[in-house]
Design a protein around this ligand. Sequence first.
Ligand code: AVJ
Ligand code: FE
Length: 439
Amino acid sequence: DTTLDPEALRERARTALLAARDRTTLLTSCVEGPELTAQHSPLMSPLVWDLAHIGNQEEQWLLRAVAGREAMRPEIDPLYDAFEHPRSERPKLPLLAPDEAREYAAEVRGRALDVLDSTPFHGTRLTEAGFAFGMIAQHEQQHDETMLITHQLRTGAPALTAPDPGPQVSVAFHGPSEVLVPGGPFTMGTSAEPWALDNERPAHPRLVPPFHIDTTPVTNGAYLRFMADGGYENSRWWTPAGWAMVRDGGLDSPLFWRREGGQWLRRHFGVTEPVPPDEPVVHVSWYEADAYARWAGRRLPSEAEWEKAARFDPASGRSMRYPWGDADPTPERANLGQRHLRPAPAGSYPAGESPLGVRQLIGDVWEWTSSDFLPYPGFAAFPYREYSEVFFGPDHKVLRGGSFAVDAVVCRGTFRNWDYPVRRQIFAGFRTARDEEDA
Ligand code: AVJ
Ligand code: FE
């Protein structure tokens, strides 16, 4: 939680760093060497780039910035600078080979754990409450999610497996399809969460008029009705840019779907399966989410509406850390951390519901919001402009809530993700909303 003492935070940082490395190791050891250096999609880096980039960021922030050490291999820094080389160019770079990348990341990690033991958790902004260590654990987990996207894009025999969500969390839902979130101010963002990133800060009041929001994410079954009703054939549901994407790309369904013998199938981590009607739809762009919502006579929630639905406690008027309260996520509350390779059926995770009864806000699928990625009032870039600030503006839409591919260390009620509205390979779905007066 937000009130841990320095030694508890140090333990938490160590655990988070080790958990991230276990996941990185899994994602980079379940395929052979040539698959690590191959580019499975021009949209993604080779897996071996992510691996060395993880080590390089850790070296830059924990060894150089926190501990004042010299660069271990200054000549490789430009190779792993995400701004110098777009993803499409990365396979052609003289990257470290898989064994060299593993060794480099392990060497950095050994030294970083020594730095963690010897660094006071106060005194500078970077080390206050162990921020830099938490930031680096989150960075590695974010790249683990990126690598999981690469795994989903790769073709060939399945490399990863995980059990599906079981009967404890995967329950049939018979509640209302939407809930009313009362109007009025709420506190958006955070100033208290020790490892919150710059774009989540500071806490500030937001006035949100009353609105209705879906109790669960939109399912494949509902999305299939949009498709069957000619959703992809009728420009009236689409923004001009969205309609251009549909026509230019010849789109007729979410990414990874194909029709065979009157049935919709999808490729899911190397396995072709019938599209499961009860699961939240995933691998849709913002344009598709926006078009579906318009077809349904509804709209996407704004980012502020989403956060109010996820954090506002009407009983106390307070914003909580998560929909269920202030306690950290557990496997009973949310589908996070790649424990499963798919979202749970819509309406699952009753233990994770909000006070108003909204389910699956955290985990399962990222949720597109209607909002552009913009700074909060009082935003200050920290510790580097390239984490968030350079992405602010109308080009990126905000996603909220995390997915099954997101680790709990990166997932808070305040966490903000962003991407281009055309993006479909990310684990993104959505839920819809409407103004109260439409009732
Ligand atoms: C916050 C997911 C958009 O992957 O581009 C990783 C996270 N920043 N390395 C990304 C990130 C620097 C970022 N997103
Ligand atoms: Fe990165």
